[in-house]
Design a protein around this ligand. Sequence first.
Ligand code: VGL
Ligand code: ZN
Length: 202
Amino acid sequence: MNALILVDLQNDFLPGGALGVPGGDELIPIANRLQRSFDLVVATKDWHPPNHCSFASQHPGHAVGDVIEVNGLSQVLWPDHCIENTSGSEFQSSLDTDRIEKVIHKGTDPQRDSYSGFFDNGGRVATGLGRYLHQQDVDEIHVMGLATDYCVRATAIDAARLGFNTYLIANACRGVELAPGDCQRAIEEMQNAGVQVREMEN
Ligand code: VGL
Ligand code: ZN
């Protein structure tokens, strides 16, 4: 069985959103089309409480983009985004959700961030996605979505580490690119972790 993971195709990550990723809106029709080519489709949602530790608003004296230490881990500080049960955390309204068999919510603990759909950033707490995909007899995973240099990167690397035959659909992802070159470096890190990089056909 192969599976497609749609990473964080939520309003806040689209242009105009709280943490808008350039070109993120272009991925919605791509996701709708790609879903048809897979046995199983799952999706992740970034899903934070209002007091989440990744929000610069929770760290007086710090600003968006600062990198600080939170509970022993390096943490980029973000604008408030993807707050649970708000319009910003909803899927973009034209995303086809009929074929999405499971939605994984991540970053739900105020004290832990979770870029990956599989584990928190400390690699300690599993979301259940790995077990679910194994139970469904999935052996091959393709990853698309937002953002290349954060949640896509972490999700694809964890998928490969968990032993899935993992592909990044590179032209079906967009990145934040806080620093120039971040997306290219992320792609190299994925490749070094055993992720195979492919492009979808137009
Ligand atoms: C993401 C930054 C903060 C992502 C989530 O979906 O890539 N990036 N939270
Ligand atoms: Zn987040």
